[in-house]
Design a protein around this ligand. Structure first.
Ligand code: ZN
Length: 143
């Protein structure tokens, strides 16, 4: 286990633009407010979505499309740094017209219909992602 303490910084509330890419727009809000680390949550609706499942044996993500309008029931995640850029890591629960849900790791290609985002800044030492040999994932370094 590794852990480090952060303090709460600013809280930013944003309405993300219709038609934008979910991950890109969250990163843009973090960048616009100079947030290098944050926790995030959001609700809203997507026009279409792409989620992923990490195959632990193959050590690779398998992406799957959700080619329908869906409710963004919940988006949880965080903002940190990777290779000098803002890295958004988020998991989504999506519901279709009958309420049935799918979920997974958010991939590029989630097109926003409407989205209400709250970013809670985490103030402390830089939170950087580095490739982890054990899992094959870019995990937080120094924790
Ligand atoms: Zn993930």
């Amino acid at each position: 286990m590794g852990a480090r303490e952060f303090t709460r910084g600013r809280r930013v509330v944003a309405r993300l633009p219709h038609g934008g890419d979910l991950l890109e727009e969250i990163a843009a809000v973090a960048d616009a407010h100079g947030m290098r680390a944050a926790e995030l949550r959001a609700i809203g609706a997507l026009q279409t979505a792409r989620l992923a499942f990490y195959d632990q044996a193959a050590r690779e993500y398998g992406e799957f499309p959700v080619d329908a309008p869906v409710e963004l029931v919940g988006l949880l995640g965080n903002v940190s740094r990777r290779d000098g850029s803002t890295a958004v890591h988020a998991h989504a629960t999506l519901a279709g017209h009958d309420g049935a849900c799918v979920g997974g790791h958010v991939a590029p290609g989630c097109v926003i219909f409407a989205c209400e985002l709250i970013l809670q800044e985490l103030v402390g030492e830089p939170l950087e992602r580095v490739y982890d040999e054990v899992t094959g994932l870019p995990l937080w370094h120094g924790l």
